[in-house]
Design a binder for this molecule. Structure first.
Ligand code: GRF
Length: 200
């Protein structure tokens, strides 16, 4: 049984998708052990409680990055978390945290990395004029939106798209892609060779 900890900062739709997939057995042998937010009012916290998942809030304000991460790691350990999912967690993690959970932290990003890392990836894609974009679930390393890619999905950019309509189309794929990636990580049926995550 793999225990999942989810870090959020906002609405938590990816967290909800993961929690539903765990509940329905689409992510087998897994449990969402805790949902942690750095923002007290994050709507995702309330949604997590609706699933009966324990929640924890720790503000990053006035807290050095590593000290904040150590507080979160202590909570993750208290819940015996094996896999950490970043799901709209809007903070960079310290190198300490990344080493502590090496190869066990997933992030979802709303573009086909390495294109359009950073903020507003959907608007970046629209402004650039690409015909296809998508989403990426990757293992987290010390560089932003950079670690080995676990799963990707392609989404077309349509005439008349705005950042909002494109974001919504990508978000629907994010939910499916994140579930597939968490299921793979939880199954342990993969190996990592350099930057390549290979399914076994
Ligand atoms: C998603 O678009 C995700 O790719 C990005 O932040 C957004 C989070 O949305 N990292 P939600 O909180 O999961 O609804």
């Amino acid at each position: 049984m793999k225990r999942i900890g989810v870090l959020i900062s906002g609405r938590g739709s990816n967290m909800t998708a993961i929690a539903e997939a765990v509940r329905d057995g689409r992510i087998p042998n897994a449990e969402v052990a805790v949902v942690i937010s750095n923002i007290e009012t994050a709507a995702g916290l309330e949604r997590a409680r609706g699933f009966g998942i324990p929640t924890f809030f720790h503000s990053h304000r006035g807290c050095a990055r590593e000290a904040h991460d150590r507080a979160m790691a202590a909570e993750l350990r208290r819940h015996e978390v094996d896999v950490v999912c970043l799901a709209g967690y809007m903070r960079l993690l310290s190198p300490w945290f990344i080493r502590e959970f090496e190869h066990r932290i997933l992030n979802i990003h709303p573009s086909l990395l390495p294109a359009f890392p950073g903020l507003d990836a959907q608007k970046q894609a629209l402004d650039y004029g690409v015909k296809f974009t998508g989403c990426t679930v990757h293992l987290v390393d010390e560089e932003l939106d950079h670690g080995p890619i676990v799963k990707q999905a392609v989404v077309p950019v349509l005439n008349g798209d705005t950042a909002e309509t494109l974001s919504a189309r990508i978000l629907a794929e994010e939910h499916k892609t994140y579930i597939e990636a968490v299921a793979l990580l939880a199954s342990g049926n993969f190996k990592i060779e350099g930057r390549r995550v290979i399914e076994l």
